[in-house]
Design a protein around this ligand. Structure first.
Ligand code: FE
Ligand code: FE
Ligand code: ZN
Length: 261
Protein backbone atom coordinates (compact mmCIF):
# COMPACT_ATOMS: atom_id res chain seq x y z
CA UNK A 1 0.00 0.00 0.00
CA UNK A 2 2.84 2.38 0.82
CA UNK A 3 4.59 1.71 -2.51
CA UNK A 4 1.35 2.31 -4.37
CA UNK A 5 0.92 5.65 -2.60
CA UNK A 6 4.44 6.68 -3.58
CA UNK A 7 3.85 5.64 -7.19
CA UNK A 8 1.01 8.14 -7.57
CA UNK A 9 2.76 11.01 -5.79
CA UNK A 10 0.98 10.62 -2.46
CA UNK A 11 2.61 11.05 0.93
CA UNK A 12 -0.07 9.28 2.93
CA UNK A 13 -3.17 7.15 2.26
CA UNK A 14 -6.37 5.79 3.68
CA UNK A 15 -7.13 2.07 3.79
CA UNK A 16 -10.01 -0.11 4.91
CA UNK A 17 -9.26 -2.35 7.87
CA UNK A 18 -11.38 -5.05 6.21
CA UNK A 19 -13.81 -5.40 3.32
CA UNK A 20 -15.79 -2.12 3.51
CA UNK A 21 -19.07 -4.00 3.04
CA UNK A 22 -18.09 -7.10 4.98
CA UNK A 23 -16.74 -8.08 8.34
CA UNK A 24 -13.75 -10.37 8.31
CA UNK A 25 -10.48 -8.70 9.35
CA UNK A 26 -7.50 -8.66 7.02
CA UNK A 27 -4.73 -10.77 8.46
CA UNK A 28 -2.17 -8.59 10.17
CA UNK A 29 1.46 -9.41 9.54
CA UNK A 30 3.71 -7.60 12.05
CA UNK A 31 6.57 -7.64 9.53
CA UNK A 32 4.44 -5.99 6.84
CA UNK A 33 3.34 -3.41 9.36
CA UNK A 34 6.93 -2.66 10.37
CA UNK A 35 7.94 -2.31 6.71
CA UNK A 36 5.07 0.10 6.12
CA UNK A 37 6.05 2.15 9.19
CA UNK A 38 9.59 2.39 7.87
CA UNK A 39 8.46 3.39 4.37
CA UNK A 40 6.19 6.03 5.88
CA UNK A 41 9.01 7.40 8.01
CA UNK A 42 11.62 7.34 5.21
CA UNK A 43 9.26 9.26 2.94
CA UNK A 44 7.98 11.70 5.57
CA UNK A 45 4.41 10.46 5.22
CA UNK A 46 1.55 12.16 6.98
CA UNK A 47 -0.50 9.98 9.34
CA UNK A 48 -2.05 6.87 7.81
CA UNK A 49 -5.82 6.72 8.07
CA UNK A 50 -7.57 3.41 8.67
CA UNK A 51 -11.27 3.42 7.80
CA UNK A 52 -13.76 1.15 9.59
CA UNK A 53 -16.14 -0.89 7.41
CA UNK A 54 -19.48 0.67 6.44
CA UNK A 55 -21.24 -2.34 7.91
CA UNK A 56 -20.23 -1.24 11.39
CA UNK A 57 -23.13 0.64 13.01
CA UNK A 58 -22.23 1.62 16.59
CA UNK A 59 -25.74 2.97 17.23
CA UNK A 60 -27.74 0.11 15.75
CA UNK A 61 -31.03 -0.84 17.40
CA UNK A 62 -30.37 -4.57 17.28
CA UNK A 63 -28.09 -6.17 19.85
CA UNK A 64 -26.53 -8.45 17.25
CA UNK A 65 -25.42 -5.44 15.17
CA UNK A 66 -24.14 -3.59 18.22
CA UNK A 67 -22.08 -6.60 19.23
CA UNK A 68 -20.68 -6.83 15.72
CA UNK A 69 -19.71 -3.14 15.82
CA UNK A 70 -18.03 -3.57 19.16
CA UNK A 71 -16.10 -6.62 17.97
CA UNK A 72 -14.95 -4.82 14.80
CA UNK A 73 -13.84 -1.70 16.64
CA UNK A 74 -11.96 -3.66 19.28
CA UNK A 75 -10.20 -5.82 16.68
CA UNK A 76 -9.34 -2.84 14.50
CA UNK A 77 -7.86 -0.84 17.38
CA UNK A 78 -5.84 -3.86 18.44
CA UNK A 79 -4.60 -4.37 14.87
CA UNK A 80 -3.66 -0.69 14.58
CA UNK A 81 -1.26 -1.01 17.50
CA UNK A 82 1.00 -2.52 14.83
CA UNK A 83 0.95 0.93 13.17
CA UNK A 84 1.28 3.15 16.24
CA UNK A 85 0.55 6.84 16.11
CA UNK A 86 -1.91 6.78 13.23
CA UNK A 87 -5.65 7.45 12.78
CA UNK A 88 -8.85 5.37 12.76
CA UNK A 89 -11.96 6.86 11.18
CA UNK A 90 -15.52 5.59 11.45
CA UNK A 91 -19.04 6.66 10.53
CA UNK A 92 -20.98 7.38 13.72
CA UNK A 93 -23.77 5.25 12.30
CA UNK A 94 -27.49 5.34 11.61
CA UNK A 95 -29.97 5.51 14.45
CA UNK A 96 -32.82 4.02 12.37
CA UNK A 97 -35.89 5.46 14.13
CA UNK A 98 -34.33 5.49 17.60
CA UNK A 99 -33.71 9.25 17.28
CA UNK A 100 -30.38 11.08 17.14
CA UNK A 101 -30.15 11.45 20.90
CA UNK A 102 -30.39 7.71 21.54
CA UNK A 103 -27.86 7.21 18.74
CA UNK A 104 -25.43 9.65 20.33
CA UNK A 105 -25.69 7.84 23.67
CA UNK A 106 -24.99 4.47 22.07
CA UNK A 107 -22.00 5.68 20.07
CA UNK A 108 -20.41 7.25 23.15
CA UNK A 109 -21.13 4.13 25.20
CA UNK A 110 -19.45 1.99 22.55
CA UNK A 111 -16.38 4.23 22.54
CA UNK A 112 -16.23 4.11 26.31
CA UNK A 113 -16.17 0.32 26.10
CA UNK A 114 -13.52 -0.11 23.43
CA UNK A 115 -11.06 2.77 23.82
CA UNK A 116 -8.14 1.90 26.06
CA UNK A 117 -5.63 4.08 27.86
CA UNK A 118 -2.55 2.51 26.22
CA UNK A 119 -3.77 2.83 22.64
CA UNK A 120 -1.64 4.93 20.33
CA UNK A 121 -4.29 5.43 17.68
CA UNK A 122 -6.47 8.54 17.52
CA UNK A 123 -10.09 7.64 16.73
CA UNK A 124 -11.98 10.01 14.42
CA UNK A 125 -15.69 10.59 13.99
CA UNK A 126 -16.45 11.40 10.37
CA UNK A 127 -18.74 14.32 9.49
CA UNK A 128 -21.72 12.80 7.64
CA UNK A 129 -24.06 13.94 4.86
CA UNK A 130 -27.19 13.13 6.85
CA UNK A 131 -28.44 10.46 4.47
CA UNK A 132 -31.37 8.58 6.03
CA UNK A 133 -30.94 8.55 9.80
CA UNK A 134 -27.17 9.11 9.85
CA UNK A 135 -25.84 10.58 13.07
CA UNK A 136 -23.07 13.17 12.69
CA UNK A 137 -24.56 15.47 10.07
CA UNK A 138 -24.24 18.48 12.33
CA UNK A 139 -21.26 19.72 14.28
CA UNK A 140 -23.54 19.71 17.35
CA UNK A 141 -24.13 15.96 17.09
CA UNK A 142 -20.43 15.25 16.79
CA UNK A 143 -19.67 17.54 19.73
CA UNK A 144 -22.34 15.76 21.79
CA UNK A 145 -20.70 12.38 21.13
CA UNK A 146 -17.24 13.72 21.93
CA UNK A 147 -18.41 15.31 25.18
CA UNK A 148 -19.57 11.91 26.47
CA UNK A 149 -16.32 10.05 25.78
CA UNK A 150 -14.08 9.46 28.79
CA UNK A 151 -10.72 9.10 27.00
CA UNK A 152 -11.01 12.53 25.35
CA UNK A 153 -7.39 12.64 24.23
CA UNK A 154 -7.93 9.57 22.01
CA UNK A 155 -10.65 11.29 19.96
CA UNK A 156 -10.81 13.61 16.99
CA UNK A 157 -12.85 14.43 13.88
CA UNK A 158 -12.37 13.80 10.16
CA UNK A 159 -14.02 16.42 7.96
CA UNK A 160 -15.38 15.12 4.64
CA UNK A 161 -15.89 18.00 2.20
CA UNK A 162 -18.58 16.16 0.19
CA UNK A 163 -20.44 15.16 3.33
CA UNK A 164 -20.53 18.58 4.99
CA UNK A 165 -21.56 20.22 1.70
CA UNK A 166 -24.36 17.68 1.26
CA UNK A 167 -25.11 18.17 4.95
CA UNK A 168 -25.80 21.87 4.33
CA UNK A 169 -22.53 23.60 5.23
CA UNK A 170 -21.71 26.02 2.41
CA UNK A 171 -17.97 25.59 2.00
CA UNK A 172 -18.21 27.04 -1.50
CA UNK A 173 -19.32 30.54 -0.49
CA UNK A 174 -18.67 30.60 3.25
CA UNK A 175 -15.70 28.40 4.09
CA UNK A 176 -14.45 30.79 6.77
CA UNK A 177 -17.82 30.93 8.51
CA UNK A 178 -18.19 27.13 8.40
CA UNK A 179 -14.78 26.65 9.98
CA UNK A 180 -15.50 29.31 12.59
CA UNK A 181 -18.65 27.41 13.47
CA UNK A 182 -16.71 24.14 13.60
CA UNK A 183 -14.26 25.81 15.96
CA UNK A 184 -17.00 27.18 18.19
CA UNK A 185 -18.92 23.92 18.45
CA UNK A 186 -16.28 21.20 18.21
CA UNK A 187 -12.92 23.01 18.32
CA UNK A 188 -10.47 23.07 15.43
CA UNK A 189 -7.91 21.35 17.66
CA UNK A 190 -10.09 18.23 17.29
CA UNK A 191 -9.80 18.23 13.52
CA UNK A 192 -7.18 15.66 12.51
CA UNK A 193 -7.94 14.76 8.90
CA UNK A 194 -9.81 15.89 5.79
CA UNK A 195 -11.54 13.70 3.20
CA UNK A 196 -11.19 15.78 0.06
CA UNK A 197 -14.04 15.03 -2.32
CA UNK A 198 -16.22 16.91 -4.73
CA UNK A 199 -19.97 16.26 -4.63
CA UNK A 200 -22.35 15.07 -7.34
CA UNK A 201 -25.25 16.71 -5.50
CA UNK A 202 -26.25 20.11 -4.23
CA UNK A 203 -25.67 21.92 -0.97
CA UNK A 204 -27.95 20.40 1.68
CA UNK A 205 -28.99 17.45 -0.52
CA UNK A 206 -28.12 14.84 2.17
CA UNK A 207 -27.08 12.45 -0.57
CA UNK A 208 -23.37 11.52 -0.16
CA UNK A 209 -22.26 10.81 -3.71
CA UNK A 210 -18.63 11.74 -4.26
CA UNK A 211 -17.44 13.36 -7.49
CA UNK A 212 -13.94 13.75 -8.89
CA UNK A 213 -12.09 16.92 -7.91
CA UNK A 214 -13.45 19.79 -10.01
CA UNK A 215 -16.24 17.70 -11.54
CA UNK A 216 -18.89 18.28 -8.89
CA UNK A 217 -20.87 21.08 -7.28
CA UNK A 218 -18.10 22.09 -4.87
CA UNK A 219 -15.64 22.70 -7.68
CA UNK A 220 -11.91 23.15 -8.03
CA UNK A 221 -11.80 26.74 -6.76
CA UNK A 222 -13.53 25.91 -3.49
CA UNK A 223 -11.44 22.77 -2.96
CA UNK A 224 -8.30 24.81 -3.63
CA UNK A 225 -9.43 27.20 -0.91
CA UNK A 226 -9.94 24.22 1.41
CA UNK A 227 -6.40 22.88 1.02
CA UNK A 228 -4.93 26.36 1.47
CA UNK A 229 -7.05 27.52 4.39
CA UNK A 230 -4.82 28.35 7.39
CA UNK A 231 -6.95 26.14 9.66
CA UNK A 232 -6.67 23.17 7.29
CA UNK A 233 -3.54 23.44 5.20
CA UNK A 234 -1.34 21.46 7.57
CA UNK A 235 -3.79 18.57 7.96
CA UNK A 236 -3.53 15.34 6.00
CA UNK A 237 -5.88 15.20 2.98
CA UNK A 238 -7.28 11.92 1.66
CA UNK A 239 -9.03 11.55 -1.70
CA UNK A 240 -12.14 9.39 -1.84
CA UNK A 241 -13.07 10.32 -5.37
CA UNK A 242 -14.34 7.76 -7.90
CA UNK A 243 -11.03 7.01 -9.60
CA UNK A 244 -8.50 4.36 -10.46
CA UNK A 245 -4.83 4.97 -9.72
CA UNK A 246 -4.06 7.17 -12.78
CA UNK A 247 -7.02 9.37 -11.86
CA UNK A 248 -5.72 9.74 -8.31
CA UNK A 249 -2.23 10.55 -9.60
CA UNK A 250 -3.71 13.30 -11.78
CA UNK A 251 -5.75 14.75 -8.91
CA UNK A 252 -2.75 14.74 -6.60
CA UNK A 253 -0.61 16.62 -9.10
CA UNK A 254 -3.45 19.06 -9.83
CA UNK A 255 -3.85 19.78 -6.11
CA UNK A 256 -0.12 19.98 -5.46
CA UNK A 257 0.18 22.61 -8.18
CA UNK A 258 -2.50 24.65 -6.42
CA UNK A 259 -1.18 24.20 -2.90
CA UNK A 260 0.64 27.17 -1.40
CA UNK A 261 3.17 25.61 0.95
FE1 FE B 1 -16.17 7.50 5.30
FE1 FE C 1 -15.37 10.26 3.74
ZN1 ZN D 1 -19.12 9.62 1.51
Amino acid sequence: MGETALSIGANTFQFFTRNPRGGKAKSADPQDAAALMKLAEDNAFGPLLAHAPYTMNPCAAETRLLEFAEMVMREDLQLLELLPGNLYNFHPGSHVRQGAEAGIEKIAAMLNKVLFAEQRTTVLLETMAGKGSEVGRTFEELAAILSKVQLQEKMGVCLDTCHIFDGGYDIVNHLDAVLTEFDKIIGLDRLKAVHLNDSLNMLGSHKDRHARIGEGNIGLEALTAVINHPALKNLPFYLETPNELPGYAAEISLLRARYQA
